[in-house]
Design a protein around this ligand. Sequence first.
Ligand code: UT7
Length: 334
Amino acid sequence: MSTRIRTATGTRHTRILGVGAYRPARVVTNHEIASRIDSSDEWISSRTGIRTRRWAGPDETLTEMGAAAAGKAIAHAGLSPGQIDAVLVATITHFKQTPAAATTIGHRVGADAAMALDISAACAGFSTALALASDLVRAGSAGHVLVIGVERLSDLLNHDDRGTAFLFGDGAGAVVVGPAETPGIGPVAWGADGSQSDIITQSVSWQELRHDREVTFPFVQMEGQAVYRWASRAVAQVARTALDLAGITGGQLDAFIPHQANLRITDALVKALDLPTSVAVARDIVDAGNTSAASIPLAMDQMLASGEVNSGDTALLLGFGAGLAYASQVVTLP
Ligand code: UT7
């Protein structure tokens, strides 16, 4: 028997309707970190651009930080939590296999009936989740989607590792995606290069931790130089593809908001993309460190709050990191 079933009716266009952020209270200076790893404020700031980062306290859990950023994004969008149909949380620092962090954050924010799931795409997580959110709305599977990037990377750091201890920070950023009259989220350019999946990893798996009494708690480990080379060269092509897919050139952008990996990587990308000086460039890493999935929405919120960019401006987003995963799109700022 061939019975015809109904399908969902979506919307033609989507946009980011609101953004919000949460930064932990504690500011950690380079001096504090340098003494433990035989480094210096001068080395850290000249190699990465980082002056300070925030590390979360015991009460600033993934749920609390994610919900704080999400609540602000929902309010900025002029919506109520009950209007959220799906919650996507991009994170690599949720330390329970189940349930997903998205379920507790959704509940905490009052989006109780929403579909909720986590996305593991590391520093590409926010742009990846944003693309999925846009497609959910366009397909009619959800009316409004909450996208949250949240990390407590201080929990995953080996504080004695000279190659990573100074780089990472904590925080949360969120946006709400919904229907729009005109295109506000361009097509995504995304992918992953699993052949290089070993250059940023968790040191041991939960399974090894369970069965091998010799191993210590997992931490993030990285071949810094290899990541740096990939990020400052190959990733520019991903951004070019996103511009092409959106049908615009770098000169038509108001802002460039890449993942805040290292200020030198950001500068190399600006050069490779030949962006004019009129394009505002996110440099939130200076006082936030590298916050993985949270870095793009944190930087977006900061640039809007400081007046560096305005609602309605056109921005290129570019996420890249462990996997190696990457995702990029052009958006209209909320
Ligand atoms: O979010 C996505 C994932 N991560 C990234 O995007 C990070 C990408 N990589 C990087 O940002 C850089 O590789 C780092 C900032 C992590 C490291 O900078 P680097 O320039 O690649 O350092 P290196 O490991 O090549 O070391 C260069 C020098 C060495 O000294 P010599 O041999 O030239 O005398 C190291 O011993 O710097 C020395 N060094 C340090 N000195 C002070 C390495 N780490 C430190 C340190 N403090 N923490």
